[in-house]
Write a protein that binds this ligand. Structure first.
Ligand SMILES: Cc1cc2nc3c(=O)[nH]c(=O)nc-3n(C[C@H](O)[C@H](O)[C@H](O)COP(=O)(O)OP(=O)(O)OC[C@H]3O[C@@H](n4cnc5c(N)ncnc54)[C@H](O)[C@@H]3O)c2cc1C
Length: 395
């Protein structure tokens, strides 16, 4: 398959390639454009700010040549196919030594939810996000509502033409570079907490929005506080119906845990490859073997979940297994990296060492973001194994 075939209009009439055909064609395209993509390879090891524009350009190129449009329906700017095509794309990007913008993580978490609950908004907003012209972030957590998300306090009040949003979000990943945020807010205080929530697509440039970046221990402003002070959001930016926010969140979490886990395993496989090339790796065969097994288990599990979601099935609470495997694999790989690299990871200032240090630090968050490991284990115990609820949570 040539570059022309993937970029040719009208896109809607193209036949989705079989998964292995797609994988071979994409790997071939990366090989054929190897020299032009050297900047993207270099961005893998660069600091966040330095890599940002390079990776957005790459995102645009992947869209303009059609590659990232496979896996989405023509109605939302895609070329057809399923999530399997997208999964293959992420696999091949990292296998080719390339990298992908972090915006894709939030995009993959939110996009399927938008398609399912609000096809009109999906048709309007997916193409720009797919191309990297829009950058999305997720405004769920608040200072008093993380694990207990239904306790959130951000209010959404309707008037004739708008919703007025007021409150505070925290730990909003990439809010400093994003232009749109999916905000979960309380639109009805008179019903059970999780029934009174609605989701909105908010422009971060709107009057009343303040984004205050937070420095993570990686040394990068990975996330931010987002303050909403009477932000007027037009009625057509409500996703689906008022009160659907909790159902939408539960639906998108399945995508977050499976597709994010899949993207992460592709990245972890490539980082394991990097580690094998480091001096000292040969002294740690058992540890490296264990890390490879953990990443392979994550891959196998996320592949099954993605296939189920692509068939329209719902993995339900068992998707928490994917999140546990992701956190364990990511932390194990980075623990082994620290053993292999020793003081080099802690103290050296060359690009590779700084990158290992940042990745090690970020891996500590893997058992917190997207739902903490303790909460996932409780979900598995109670909802998959049928054990009684913990006393602290039963009330
Ligand atoms: C790197 C990173 C990126 C993030 N990105 C985003 C983002 O983009 N958007 C967003 O909305 N949020 C984001 N978050 C926030 C994340 O979702 C929350 O941190 C997470 O859900 C935990 O909530 P919390 O921090 O309020 O901790 P808490 O809920 O206060 O929990 C504190 C500790 O208590 C434990 N705990 C709490 N309740 C129970 C219980 N019932 N049983 C057993 N243990 C319990 C938890 O496991 C945890 O160890 C991010 C977090 C991190 C670290």
């Amino acid at each position: 398959m040539s570059e022309v075939a993937f970029g040719e209009a009208p896109y809607g009439v193209l036949r989705p390639p079989a998964p292995e055909e797609f994988r071979t064609a994409l790997a071939g395209w990366f090989r054929a454009h190897r020299d032009e993509l050297s900047g993207v390879r270099a961005a893998r090891g660069a600091a966040r700010a330095e890599a940002h524009e390079v990776l957005l350009d790459f995102q645009r190129r992947l869209y303009d040549t059609g590659w990232t449009r496979w896996g989405w329906s023509p109605g939302v700017g895609g070329l057809g196919g399923s999530a399997i095509h997208r999964g293959i794309l992420y696999d091949e990007v990292w296998a080719a030594g390339l990298a992908i913008t972090e915006g894709v993580f939030a995009f993959e978490t939110m996009a399927e939810m938008l398609v399912r609950f609000d096809p009109e908004l999906a048709a309007r907003f997916l193409p720009a996000a797919m191309r990297g012209d829009d950058f999305w972030c997720q405004g769920f957590s608040e200072p008093e509502a993380g694990s207990d998300l239904a306790a959130l306090r951000t209010r959404a009040t309707p008037d004739d033409e708008h919703w007025a949003l007021s409150g505070q979000k925290v730990w909003t990943s990439n809010a400093d570079v994003a232009n749109r945020c999916f905000v979960l807010a309380r639109s009805n205080a008179g019903v059970a907490p999780h029934r009174g929530l609605s989701m909105f697509l908010v422009d971060l440039a709107a009057p009343g929005v303040t984004v205050r970046p937070l420095l993570a221990m990686t040394g990068e402003p990975e996330f931010a506080e987002v303050f909403l002070d009477n932000v007027r959001v037009s009625r057509d930016r409500l996703i689906g119906q008022p009160g659907q926010g909790w159902t939408q969140t539960m639906y998108l979490l399945q995508w977050e845990r499976s597709m994010y886990g899949w993207q992460r395993q592709a990245w972890l496989h490539s980082r394991l490859g990097d580690l094998l090339g480091e001096a000292g790796a040969a002294d740690r065969p058992a540890e490296l073997g264990a890390a490879f097994v953990a990443v392979s288990a994550l891959r196998a599990r996320c592949r099954d979940s993605l296939r189920a979601l692509s068939r329209g099935e719902s993995p339900g609470p068992e998707i928490s297994v994917d999140k546990i495997l992701l956190a364990s694999a990511e932390q194990l790989v980075m623990d082994v990296a620290r053993e292999v690299l020793g003081d080099r990871l802690h103290f050296d200032d060359d690009r590779a060492a700084v990158k290992w240090r940042r990745d090690f630090m970020y891996s500590r968050a893997a058992s917190i973001y997207g739902g903490s490991a303790e909460i996932q284990r409780s979900i598995i115990a109670e909802r998959c194994l049928g054990l009684p609820r913990e006393p602290a949570r039963a009330g």
